[in-house]
Design a protein around this ligand. Sequence first.
Ligand code: ADP
Ligand code: ASP
Ligand code: MG
Length: 464
Amino acid sequence: MKFGGTSVADEKCIRQVVDILEGHHSAGAELAVVVSAMSGITDQLHAIAEEVVDSRGEPPVDTFIEALRTRHLRVLDQVAGDDADEVRELIDTRLDNLRNILNAVHTLRELTPRSRDYVISFGERLSAIIVSAALRERGIRSVAMDGCEAGMVTSSIHGGSQVLPESATHIRSRIEPLLPDTVPVVMGYMGCTKQGVLTTLGRSGSDYSAAVVGAAINADEIWIWTDVDGVMTADPRIIHDARVLPSVSYLEAMELSYFGAKVLHPRSIEPAMQKDIPVRVKHTFNPNHPGSLVVQGEQRDHRVVKAISYIERVSLITIAGAQMIGRPGVARAIFSSLADRDVNIMMISQGSSEANISLIVDDDHLDRALEALGDVQKAGLIRDVTHDRGVIAAAVVGSGMAGTPGISGRIFTAMGRARINVMMISQGSSEVNVSFVVRREDGPAALRVLHDEFRLSEDCDDDA
Ligand code: ADP
Ligand code: ASP
Ligand code: MG
């Protein structure tokens, strides 16, 4: 069971988490728990790291540490009473450590990917020991473990590491022996390289941690406890009448999360899918709601389109040049140059004349992508490279779309009626998704139009 940031945000939330765990524990379930940092803490850690490295004067390190201490100790006092002296000391030690690192970053004026990872992992380091103490307070045996202690061995790409397959054996050997009588509380979002260097798994990475742990121990189910009732037809913050989907397929969940549905981390499905373990998404503060079940298979209901999601902070790059026509090797030159600079390409489309290729990349990768394409341009293989930062990529997702004619027609007719200009279109060969790009300011309207077109707010008893 994984609990996200809003589920462990304060003492009231942690009590609720412990109620849930106690209920399952006393019903005889063996539980492994993964927790995120308290909500807002990872953002604050990112911000302070950037602030101390840039700051010319004295950076507010002490004030920051004091605020973290106050928030965490207050919660600890409320959920673990007087027996938590050791945990109180541990929080102090960890915060002293964090203060020293931040001061060192400031003195050196250097924030490496490695030191940033170390700093931003502190939220989970603090929350997990509190949740574990709260369980012990209820008489449940529990230990807190960091990602490395739990056996999470990762690649060395800081800020977005991948968990390596060999982790499974380590995780199993460290967690399984505990399960019969102890609830391990694993710090999500982090692991370490084979050399023992701490890494993080990318924002929202605790879902990924949970899936890796669940798969390693062959869990019956992986439960993601969050602040919504399940996977919904769209982000409820934008589409207020979005509906909970009782079941979605692994593939649908992957497409949705890849295209920005924050409720699940894009990498959290694969470990579950490999072992065919169902993933259940549930609301910590509405635990009687059945939530959504993510499982193998098509999960067709009568609807062909099930949900819509979108990613902001992406850029559209258009590569043009007659040199490309009929000339083999140009695409290879483009993509290997981009790969050499670690540019992650999120969408690709190529015009049939072969004269144009459009790409979507994360905003953070845009500068590197333009440098890479500059090289290809110098080699005379392409003519023009233009880019546009102000776009979003959206995806319409549903297994039933495969082989159903007319879906793209409906999507783009609806967009046309709403006078929304579509800048790029791409459809995966799995036909589980049709994705497209519009201007950023058109994003919410595009979502609304499609949610209405496919009648996603309505209960599904006819074929919309
Ligand atoms: P946690 O802190 O529990 O990991 P997140 O904030 O990472 O929670 O993810 C939950 C949020 O994901 C929801 O509050 C919701 O706004 C957002 N979200 C985006 N798309 C969807 C979707 N399709 N279904 C459900 N939630 C979504
Ligand atoms: N605390 C991390 C984040 O905010 C990881 C997570 O919450 O899943 O991104
Ligand atoms: Mg999350």
